[in-house]
Design a protein around this ligand. Sequence first.
Ligand code: NAD
Length: 295
Amino acid sequence: MSRIAFLGLGHMGLPMAVNLVGAGHDVHGFDLVPSAIEAAKAAGIPIAESAVDAVADVGVVITMFPAGKHVIDAYQGGLLAAAKPGTLFIESSTIAVDEAQTAHALAVDAGHRSVDAPVSGGVVGAENGTLAFMVGGSSEDFDAALPLLEAMGKRIVHCGGPGLGQAAKVCNNMILAVSQIAVAEAFVLGERLGLEHQVLFDVAANASGQCWALTTNCPVPGSVPTSPANRDYQPGFAGALMAKDLGLALQAIEGTGTDARMGMLAQQIYAAFAAGDGAGRDFSGIITDIRDGNV
Ligand code: NAD
C-alpha cells in the first residue's frame, strides 16, 4: 500500500483517485475549486488544507492539472520543497514535452523521483480504470510507478526518458487528428460522387484506409452505432481537448524544426473548430464544417 497525495481532482483526477482507493492505497487529495473538493469528499477522498499540506508526509504525489503552467507553478510554489526527499512525483496532466522535462528537472534537483505519465482514454477510461498511460522517466522510477498506474489503467507503456511519455501522446494525437480529418474529407467527397456511406465504410474498413477514426469514431451515423456521429457528436473526445493537444504538437514541431505540414494544418483546423461551436463537440464533428465548406 502506498500513501499518496492526489492533486487536481477534476473530471479525470477524481475517478483516478477513487480507483487508487479501491486498490487499497491510502489516498488524500487537494483541489483549488470548492466544487471539486466537495465531489471528492462525497466520493470518500479525504481533503488536505492545501496542496503543500497534502504532500508533506507521502511517498507518492500524483498531479492531474489543466496545463503545464499549473504544474510548474505548483512544483515551484512549495510542493517540491514540502515533500520528503525521494518522493515519487507522477505527473499525469497533458503538458508540453519541454514543460514535462522542466518539471522533471525541478523535481530531481529538489531530491525527488519523477515520471511524466499522461493518459488517453478520457473520463470513461478514468472511471473504468482502463486508461492508457504513456510514461517517461528512468526504468527504476517507471517500475515504482507501475503498480499505481495499473490500478488506474490497462495499458502502461514505458516510452523512454523524461518527457517521452508526453512525446508519445502528442505524436499519437497528431496521427489521430490528421486521420480523422482525412476520413471526414473522404466521406464528404464520396457523398458528392454518389457513394453511399455504408458502401464507402465497408470498402475502406476492409482495405488500406482502415484506421481508428473510421472503424471506431466513424464521422457519419449508422456504420458504427457507438460513434459520436450517432448522438449529434456529443463527445467522446471534445474538440477543445483535441485543439489543446495539437497546440502542444505544434510547440514540439516548431521546437524540433520538423517538417510536419499535415500536423500543422490539423492544428489550424481544430483551433478554428474549437473557437467556433466545436469546443464541446466530439472532434469527429469536423465533418460538418468540411461538408459546409467552413474549414
Ligand atoms: P479539469 O479541469 O476537470 O481538472 C483539473 C483540476 O486541477 C481542476 O479541478 C483544477 O481546480 C485543479 N487544479 C489546478 N491547479 C491546481 C493546484 N495547484 N492544486 C490543486 N488542484 C489544482 O481537467 P481534466 O479534464 O480532469 O483534465 C486534466 C488533465 O488531463 C488535462 O491536462 C487534460 O488535457 C488531460 N486529459 C483530459 C482528458 C479528458 O477527457 N478530460 C483526457 C486525456 C487527458
